[in-house]
Design a protein around this ligand. Structure first.
Ligand code: SF4
Ligand code: SF4
Ligand code: SF4
Length: 354
């Protein structure tokens, strides 16, 4: 593969041809700030936060869409670069609610982080501000477009990875905004393709999109993230349970081998059953027409007795075993062993085939 060698902030680096300046910098440990860039999505080069200085180029190019070339010299933190980044961030902050104190994204917001890194304040430029109503008429996602910085990641995620095209950018200039079709809410079934997977929320760098179930349940830095496998289906997506004081308040994407950051509505928003008061945690045995709580030993003995009796009377093939995609591979393997080696029947199937 053809390679090119360039110099970034005085460090020489050799990368395959077609590598962007942003990726080349990353390779030598130089972190360039980004807002609209996402490694899994197409690159619009829109936010202009990742600008760098390349002598010989007329303007400051966006490093996420500039290809590294042989002999190129790049400055990622020159005075001109810092000034441009600051101005671009100040423009964003000037049309942004100063809501960090109560914002759910506080502590995990890119805009806030960069404002801190570049020592910026809200309101450097006076002017009109958006006054959008907050959309929260569905159980899953709260959309606060006042906090939207128009990075477009949600639109590209919904189109390029989720494939639903439920949102897009409407209008131009100051009026531009991300919206579902006909500016109806995401929940409007006649016009919206939204399946509430929440994958747009996973890539939003600000508090414009948030998980409704987690609002008010704790700050980001109080959350312990516990990596696990989604229990809902056989795909086995990786996700992070968000836990505060031993209670699961929701789930967020991580970088799963099977699913990347994509989850479905059940995996991302269906954690409510974990602490639900109706959740069955104890086996029940029907006695005199009523279910009564029993110990696991009682329940397993009863099932073993009944299965043993059936096998004795009618033979092992009178029994069928149905396993579940919600179990792990190991649990399904054990079920197969129980069926074939203990009960003695090959009558075993799995819900994913039905
Ligand atoms: S989105 Fe970020 S910058 Fe805006 S209020 Fe929330 S934490 Fe602050
Ligand atoms: S929740 Fe999923 S389908 Fe709905 S807008 Fe977001 S990414 Fe698209
Ligand atoms: S809602 Fe979030 S992801 Fe979508 S454009 Fe606005 S800031 Fe970007």
């Amino acid at each position: 593969m053809a390679e090119v060698t360039l110099t970034i902030d005085g460090i020489q680096v050799t990368v395959p041809k077609d590598t962007t300046v942003l990726d080349a910098a990353e390779k030598v440990g130089i972190s360039i700030p980004t807002l609209c860039y996402d490694p899994e999505l197409s690159k619009p080069g829109a936010c202009r936060i990742c600008v760098v200085e390349i002598p010989g180029m007329r303007n400051l190019p966006a490093s996420c869409v500039t290809e590294a070339t042989e002999g190129m010299v790049v400055h990622t933190a020159s005075p001109a670069v810092i000034k441009a980044r600051k101005t671009n961030l100040e423009l964003l902050l000037s049309n942004h609610p100063d809501d960090c104190l109560t914002c759910h994204k506080n502590g995990e917001c890119r805009l806030q982080q960069y404002a801190y890194d570049y020592d910026l304040r809200f309101g450097a430029f006076a002017g009109e501000r958006h006054q959008y109503p907050i959309e929260d008429d569905n159980p899953f996602i709260v959309r606060d477009l006042n906090k939207c910085i128009m990075c477009g990641k949600c639109v590209r995620m919904c189109d390029e990875i989720q494939g639903n095209n439920a949102i897009s950018v409407a209008y131009r200039g100051f009026e531009a905004k991300v919206t579902p079709a006909m500016e109806k809410p995401l929940s409007e079934t006649e016009t919206s393709n939204c399946v509430f997977c929440g994958n747009c929320v996973a890539v939003c760098p600000t508090g414009a999109l948030t998980e409704k179930q987690m609002l008010g349940k704790g700050r980001r830095w109080e959350v312990k993230k516990v990596r696990t496998t989604c229990p809902y289906c056989g795909v086995g997506c990786t996700l992070d349970l968000n836990v505060i004081n031993g209670r699961v308040i929701g789930a967020t994407s991580t970088d799963g081998e099977v699913n990347g950051r994509a989850l479905c509505v059940k995996g991302r928003f269906g954690t409510g059953f974990i602490h639900h008061p109706d959740r069955l945690k104890t086996p029940l045995i029907k006695k005199n027409g009523e279910f009564v709580e029993a110990t696991w030993e009682e329940a397993i003995s009863l099932v073993a007795d009944k299965l043993g009796g059936l096998k004795e009377r009618y033979g092992p093939d009178a029994i069928g075993v149905l396993s579940s995609a919600r179990c792990t591979n190991e649990e399904n393997y054990l079920m197969s062993k129980l069926s074939r080696a203990v009960i003695g029947t090959n009558n075993i199937d799995h819900c994913a085939r039905l």
